[in-house]
Write a protein that binds this ligand. Sequence first.
Ligand SMILES: [Zn+2]
Length: 239
Amino acid sequence: MKSKNIYSKILRCQKCFLHKPLCICEDIQRLLYANKIKFHFVIHRKEWITTSNTARIVAMTLSNKEIYTFADGNPHEHLDLNKLPNDPNKTVIMFPLTGLEIDVDVDKKNLSENAKINTENITDIIVPDGNWNNTKRMAKKLHIAIKAPFITLKSDRLSKYRLRKQPDLKFLSTFEAVVQAIKFFEEDVSKSHIENLFDLFDKFVDRSLWVNGRILEQDLKYPLDKTAKQFFPNKIIHL
Ligand SMILES: [Zn+2]
């Protein structure tokens, strides 16, 4: 409780939702990327306000995107499905349900003919985001509404998202999945940009764990500067 009282006095950044001394928005700004394929983030109403949400963070690194709130049952907050792209030949829903499976570690030239034909015309990617059950429900509803197929991006990467329990390490967080999509779909993206995005993700996880008292200072990959430290003098680690 003691540590909670200390934190409650420190304001959170209104963009990245981390406490202001830990804010990563400058890093995010540096990585702003002019993506050609448009990302449409459909974020569950309950998910949007959580501090551990990764869709909000990765969306800030993309200049070509739209963000919608999914709140079925509440027409005032729920997205207008008519605003989503409506050409099912050019749009995919990124979610691991039956559909096209793409291995992002395979060179595009070596993809199967089916995968080549189905990915080269894609202009829009819809990314449903919420907890596992909500996202599954949302993905199905979006599929029924706009007829776009599902796409699953496979890779050898194991998730480094440690803020919530996941059913399997192969289930990537939305941030990691979107970076894999950028790596696969964006022709001009550099290898270093992809690495920088994953570094940003690690920093976000690092700092969120620190706020929750779930990581020791010496285990932080991105050390805190003096300003950040002076705001956290009595941190209690609950391991
Ligand atoms: Zn921030």
